[in-house]
Design a protein around this ligand. Structure first.
Ligand SMILES: Nc1ncnc2c1ncn2[C@@H]1O[C@H](COP(=O)(O)OP(=O)(O)OP(=O)(O)O)[C@@H](O)[C@H]1O
Length: 673
């Protein structure tokens, strides 16, 4: 059973988070306001800490090009500021107020909440746009929530974002790659559109560094007259006041297995704490599935009343219906246990949540430009994230947060902020986006945090090999422009274009769609055996990509029997498909080196050791040469979504890339097969 330090053993202190210990967020909303639910929306809005700053915010936005708003979680920044701006006339005359979020789920949830508070139908005055889903109407939408990635895409049609009067970049502290690109581009746009207003908001942002970014000395020199200079000077506003109390508990000793510790903590809460839903932060679908299984089994075997718990997963691959369950009210007498990735970390209000369990980990991208390998690894979160997670409790009533790490670790070892995503990612998509927006001097681009030159060079190299950039590093016509226009990874886009010539566009578009989502398999939760059987039924000898096709066709024809699967096994056609995949993903080619450990491969590009992931239908089949879609790192580097291929295709589809590669390898290692 999890051992937590009990806050009752020491007098609770009013502490700043960094100091650790019991954290009582000072409350400007009293718990008697748990009658909150009954108050009118207007009253609820007025009780939020940000309300007292309404005039100040509007004044600063009027008088400064950039306003940075810093405030605690739940103070009302996201839901209220766009409404204040609308009320003050910033959406008059057909103009639009934009509010960006790093995550799709947050965009949908916040837009629904604001539409509800304003008493309007979602998609009309208040709308949202996320990739592949546009619930807005250009004629009537005045407040638009969107992911930062979608706003970047909008710049391709309207580089100065002319329809927006104010753009609020929310959760900037997350430093997603799209947020950083957006900040760099918005700074450029401001020079051309002095009337555009920016609000950069976050609970934990390092306001000073963003402020410095927006007021470089060059900008100050450009602004000669006093008034202009003062307008260009960013304003920083700190919203004081927080939501309800959130009591923080730490582990007495470090935990060996955070999934097991999370399960024990949920059972402890369910057993000992009063009513209220629980939100658990784990890292990904795999450990969420394990936790759900363990939780169900342990509750049953301990004789605990598991029937009182409604256990729900939350990650980005879920269907709308599954996501809706998480947001729906908890039936009386029940306790919802939502087990989530960090998609629930920012901006979300799940009304019934009273308890948060924080594993202290999340899946993070790490890219090594030398080996050209990008990994999704389970890594410790930062204090900023921990604070956001705790902030999911205490939004509509007081709450508790159980951190599955020690206070000592939190205070002394946890980093204050995470590393910006741009400094730990493959930059291929980022570079092509900037090129498409006419930013030719990528290395000289004004970044809030500069990416490494090695990553930049790697990205330029790959884009050149894909035929997307020419010798002057400009987009090629038509391929480069076409690839940039498709809102997918450049390799997938190139694969689609290649399929046209190879006569298999329909199939490739199906595969591209599957690769662009997290998983074609909906959660195997509670039905792992059936899921495995289904996978086997649809499996194709050529690899996962062709398996996706089989599934899709099966769906279309509604004949999902194994008999149907055998009858429609398409070999020759699949070969074509594989060649098109190779045309896009040639940089991810690997060769079988040894049969040890179930088949050891090496990347042709960098001679890195990699293995086929057990979830692949090619696991233990071990074709001689394969192409993978992505890598995950656990005890080893595993390739996910793998397809077999003929190595002779490589020099055919990517002559520059592989001839150069072969020459380099011959220098290093004269024997290559
Ligand atoms: N769907 C909802 N149901 C009930 N209350 C809500 C909902 N959405 C927001 N609220 C209320 O509004 C408050 C402010 O939410 P908002 O998202 O604007 O805060 P925020 O300052 O942006 O915080 P964060 O940075 O954590 O997202 C919440 O703490 C909660 O009290």
């Amino acid at each position: 059973m999890a051992q937590f330090w009990k806050p009752g053993t020491e007098k609770p202190r009013l502490l700043d988070d960094e100091e650790g210990g019991v954290l009582f967020l000072s409350s400007s909303l009293s718990s008697s306001a748990s009658g909150y639910g009954y108050a009118s929306f207007e009253k609820q809005r007025q009780r939020l800490p940000v309300y007292k700053y309404r005039t100040a915010i509007l004044y600063l936005v009027e008088s400064h090009a950039t306003t940075i708003v810093v405030g605690e979680t739940g103070s009302g920044k996201t839901t209220q500021i766009p409404q204040y701006l609308k009320e003050a006339g910033w959406a008059d005359g057909g103009r639009v107020i934009a509010c960006t979020q790093p995550r799709r789920l947050a965009v949908q949830a916040v837009a629904s909440r604001v539409a509800e508070e304003m008493g309007v139908k979602l998609g009309e005055e208040v709308g949202y746009t996320i990739r592949f889903e546009d619930i807005s109407n250009p004629d009537v939408t005045r407040i638009k929530f969107l992911t930062d990635g979608v706003l970047l895409r909008e710049m391709m049609d309207d580089p100065l974002l002319t329809k927006y009067s104010v753009i609020m970049v929310d959760e900037a502290h997350e430093r997603s790659i799209s947020t950083d690109i957006l900040l760099g581009l918005l700074k450029k746009i401001q020079k051309r559109r002095p009337e555009l207003r920016l609000i950069i908001s976050s609970a934990t942002i390092e306001a000073k560094s963003i402020s410095n970014f927006f007021q470089s000395s060059k900008r100050r020199r450009v602004a000669e007259d006093e008034e202009l200079r003062s307008r260009l000077e960013p304003a920083i506003l700190s919203v004081e006041g927080r939501g309800f109390n959130v009591q923080i508990h730490y582990m007495e000793d470090p935990v060996q297995d955070y999934v097991q510790a999370a399960v024990s903590t949920v059972l402890l809460i369910h057993d000992q704490e009063p009513a209220g839903d629980i939100l658990v932060f784990l890292t990904g679908q795999d450990d969420i599935d394990v936790a759900i299984k363990l939780l169900t089994e342990e509750a049953r075997s301990n004789g605990k009343n598991s029937s009182g718990m409604i256990i729900l997963p939350l990650y980005s691959g879920l269907s709308h219906a599954e996501q809706d369950l998480v947001f729906s009210p908890t039936p009386k007498g029940k306790r919802k246990v939502v087990i989530s990735t960090n998609i629930a970390e920012t901006s979300l209000t799940l009304e019934g949540i009273v308890y948060v369990v924080d594993s202290g980990f999340s899946k993070q991208r790490f890219y090594n430009p030398i080996s050209d390998i990008e990994n999704l690894v389970v890594a410790p979160i930062s204090k900023a994230s921990a604070r956001q997670r705790a902030g999911r409790a205490g939004r509509v009533r007081p709450g508790k947060c159980y951190r599955l790490y020690t206070e000592e670790y939190f205070v002394n070892e946890m980093s204050v902020q995470g590393i910006p995503e741009i400094q730990r990612s493959n930059l291929v998509s980022c570079v092509i986006q900037l090129k498409a927006l006419g930013i030719d001097n990528i290395l000289g681009f004004d970044w809030p945090a500069s990416p490494s030159p090695e990553s930049m060079i790697r990205a330029l190299e790959v884009l050149y090999s894909l035929g997307v950039l020419d010798d002057d590093a400009k987009l090629t016509s038509p391929v480069g422009f076409q690839v940039a226009e498709i809102p997918l990874e450049p390799m997938i886009s190139k694969m689609i274009l290649a399929s046209n010539e190879l006569g298999c566009s329909e199939e490739i578009i199906t595969i591209a769609a599957v690769l662009s989502i997290q998983s074609i398999w909906f959660s195997g939760w509670g039905a792992q055996k059936e899921l495995d059987e289904a996978k086997l039924r649809f499996a194709a000898a050529e690899g996962d990509h062709v398996t996706f096709l089989n599934i899709y066709k099966g769906f279309l024809q509604s004949g999902k029997s194994s008999k149907w699967c055998h009858k429609n096994f398409i070999n020759y056609h699949a070969m074509l498909v594989r060649k098109a995949v190779t045309a896009g993903f040639f940089a991810n080619a690997c060769r079988l080196e040894a049969f040890s450990h179930g088949g050891m491969y090496k990347t042709i590009r960098g001679s890195q050791e990699v293995y086929i992931h057990p979830s692949s239908v090619l696991f233990r089949v071990n074709p001689k040469c394969v192409i993978y879609h992505s890598l995950v790192s656990t005890d080893r580097q595993y390739m996910r979504n793998v397809i077999s291929m003929d190595p002779s295709w490589l020099t055919e589809v990517a002559p520059n890339f592989y001839q150069q590669q072969q020459q380099q390898q011959q220098l290093r290692n004269p024997i290559i097969h």
